[in-house]
Design a binder for this molecule. Structure first.
Ligand code: BJW
Length: 235
């Protein structure tokens, strides 16, 4: 069995990382147009750096939950039976990797990485970032930015995403509201290619009616249940 899995902020909610659009979520407290666009960064880099410095500090204290751990078990289980779990996350946290996932595509980038807009080099960066920092590769000061896909920028890995969707038997979306494109359109693409589709979420998402199967509840419960069911089926 080959599974294409798309995860969103809901899978990390129980690890203490806020979601975006739930009541009290990040975009209810902060204006995305002032923080998560290339124009906002050009206009006011200090405010954008402060926002992502706070997010990095939050992530440094976070640990994976039972849902992340279950997906790492699924990756191993499917691989041992000749199948594949392709995990495409919209999340910029590293909780899938911390839980032991070997292969993760971060289509919206990674919080613990920065990119130099002078030379293009990408670097690991776990601490605060500011305009005073220099690129470790080319030495230019003030040209490092979060390695994150902001609104209006093209997500990473779209070619591979298309290939893996075409290759899969089952599409599963976990903890995503289905409101940000192009990720929100993957379920339609999957259906058009003849894949079965399944949604695991706290509550029905904007796309809920498009899915063949649905299970609702906290990710720490519905994801391990789903994983155990799949592992039983393939053994
Ligand atoms: C739980 C739970 C628990 C809670 N257990 N579940 C049509 C086509 C293409 C593009 C567009 C289009 N229409 C508009 C666009 C443009 C735009 C867009 O989509 N805007 C919408 C707002 C309408 N898209 C873009 O700009 C993208 N780029 C782009 O389109 O490039 C052009 C292009 C692409 C492709 C081909 C050709 C051209 C880029 C989008 C970048 C998104 N960036 C962000 C910020 C990242 C940095 C940061 O974190 O600061 O990414 S926005 C934010 O939303 C973040 C997330 O990855 C993303 C998705 O959010 P997610 O994960 O779904 O979170 P929530 O909060 O929305 O939902 C959480 C869910 O969890 C809820 O359902 C809860 O119920 C659930 N939940 N607790 C289980 N315990």
């Amino acid at each position: 069995m080959r599974i294409f899995m798309l995860t969103g902020a809901g899978i990390s909610a129980e690890s203490g990382l806020g979601t975006f659009r739930d009541p009290g979520g990040i975009w209810e407290r902060f204006d995305p147009m002032k923080l998560a666009t290339p124009e906002a960064f050009a206009r006011d880099p200090d405010t954008v750096h402060a926002f992502y410095n706070a997010r990095r500090a939050n992530l440094r204290d976070a640990a994976p939950n039972a849902a992340h751990a279950a997906l790492a078990r699924l990756e191993q289980g499917l691989a041992s039976m000749g199948g594949e779990l392709f995990l495409c996350t919209q999340n910029i946290d590293d909780l899938h990797e911390q839980a032991g996932m070997r292969h993760v595509l971060h289509m919206h980038g990674e919080l613990f990485k920065v990119r130099c807009t002078a030379c293009g080099a990408v670097h690991e960066w776990r601490g605060d970032l500011g305009r005073q920092d220099a690129c470790p590769a080319c030495g230019t000061t003030g040209r490092l930015r979060p390695h994150i896909v902001w609104f209006g920028e093209i997500p990473f890995g779209l070619d591979m995403i298309g290939e893996k969707l075409a290759d899969a038997d089952l599409f599963v979306a976990v903890g995503t509201s289905g409101s940000v494109y192009p990720a929100a359109g993957f379920v339609q693409e999957a259906r058009a290619m003849g894949l079965r589709t399944c949604e695991l979420n706290l509550e029905p998402s904007d796309n809920a009616r498009v899915f063949d199967e649905r299970a609702y509840g906290p990710a720490s419960e519905v994801v391990p249940d789903f994983v155990e069911r799949v592992l039983r089926e393939i053994r």
